[in-house]
Design a protein around this ligand. Structure first.
Ligand code: DGL
Length: 270
C-alpha cells in the first residue's frame, strides 16, 4: 500500500488525485483528526504527531508514505528523513508535498508573481520560499498565513458569514502585499474545499492552483524512476482509511470530500 497521511481530512484532496493516476494501486489513508488542525502548533508537536502517524503507516508495511499535508511536510519531513528513519528499522520511503509543488509552480505564472495561502506553520517555516528559490530564482513569492481556514474546513463551516469574513480578510491581505500576483497556490490540502469561496474574492485574472494534480503526476514519475519501490506496492485498487477520531466522525467529514461508503478503522495514539 501507499500510505497517505494528513492531520485530518485535507489529504483526501491529494488521495483523490493519486487514485486517479494510480487506479490499480492500494492506499492506506491516515487522518489524525483527533488532533487536527496542526497549523498553529509548535514545531516539536507537529514533528511528534507526524512521526507517530508516519511510523504507524510504515509499520503496516507501506513501502512509500506520502505526507499529504503541507504543515507536516514543512515542519517534520526533514527531521523524519534525516534522523527518525535512519534511527529506525523501517525500509519504507517518506515523501512530502512541498518539493514536488515547488518544482512546478513557476510554470503557471505569466507575471512572475505568485501568492501562497497556507497555515501559519507552513508560512513561518519558509519551506516554500526556500524550495521555490531552487527552481525559479526570479519568481516573486508572497505568502499569506490563513490561521482559521483549516478549522473552517474541518468543521464543515464552508459557507457561513463567518467563513466569508475570514476568507475575504486573508485574500485581501495577500493582494495588498503584491497586486501583480496572477497565480495563487492553495498551499494547504484543506483549501481546495473552499476554492469557490476564495475565488469569489480574487480578481478574474488570478488563477487558483490546487496541489493534488501536481503531486499525483510527480508521484507517478517517482514510481517510474524507482522501480524498486514500485515493485513492492500492492495493486488491487483498494483504499482503506484510518482515523484517530471516531469512525462516525471520519465518515461524516470524508463525505464532504466526496468519499462515500468507505472502510474506516479508528486508532488511538498515546
Ligand atoms: N492539511 C494541512 C496542510 O496542508 C494542514 C491543516 C492543519 O492541520 O492545520 O497544511
Amino acid at each position: 500500500m501507499i500510505g497517505v497521511f494528513d492531520s485530518g481530512f485535507g489529504g483526501l484532496t491529494i488521495l483523490r488525485e493519486l487514485r486517479r493516476v494510480l487506479p490499480e494501486n492500494d492506499f492506506l489513508y491516515l487522518g489524525d483528526n483527533a488532533r487536527s488542525p496542526y497549523g498553529s502548533r509548535s514545531f516539536e508537536t507537529i514533528h511528534r504527531y507526524t512521526w507517530q502517524s508516519v511510523s504507524y503507516l510504515l509499520e503496516q508495511g507501506c513501502p512509500l508514505v506520502i505526507i499529504a499535508c503541507n504543515t507536516a511536510s514543512a515542519r517534520a519531513l526533514r527531521t523524519i528523513q534525516q534522523q527518525d528513519l535512519i534511527k529506525s528499522s523501517y525500509s519504507g520511503r517518506v515523501l512530502g508535498i512541498i518539493r514536488p509543488t515547488a518544482e512546478e509552480i513557476g510554470f503557471y505564472s505569466k507575471t512572475g508573481h505568485i501568492g501562497i495561502f497556507a497555515t501559519p506553520g507552513t508560512v513561518y517555516s519558509e519551506s516554500y520560499l526556500i524550495e521555490i528559490q531552487h527552481f525559479f530564482p526570479k519568481l516573486k513569492v508572497t505568502q499569506q498565513s490563513c490561521p482559521l481556514w483549516a478549522y473552517l474546513v474541518e468543521n464543515g463551516e464552508l459557507n457561513s458569514e463567518g467563513a466569508r469574513y475570514f476568507i475575504k480578510r486573508d485574500v485581501d491581505s495577500l493582494l495588498e502585499k503584491d497586486p501583480d500576483i496572477d497565480t495563487v497556490l492553495l498551499g494547504c490540502t484543506h483549501y481546495p474545499l473552499i476554492a469557490d469561496q476564495i475565488r469569489e474574492f480574487l480578481p478574474k485574472k488570478v488563477q487558483l492552483i490546487s496541489q493534488g494534480p501536481i503531486v499525483a503526476e510527480k508521484t507517478l514519475d517517482y514510481l517510474k524512476r524507482h522501480p524498486e519501490v514500485d515493485s513492492k506496492l500492492e495493486k488491487s485498487g483498494k483504499t482503506n482509511f484510518l482515523t484517530t477520531d471516531t469512525v462516525e466522525f471520519f465518515k461524516k467529514g470524508a463525505f464532504l470530500f466526496g468519499e462515500t461508503a468507505i472502510s474506516v478503522k479508528s486508532l488511538t495514539f498515546l
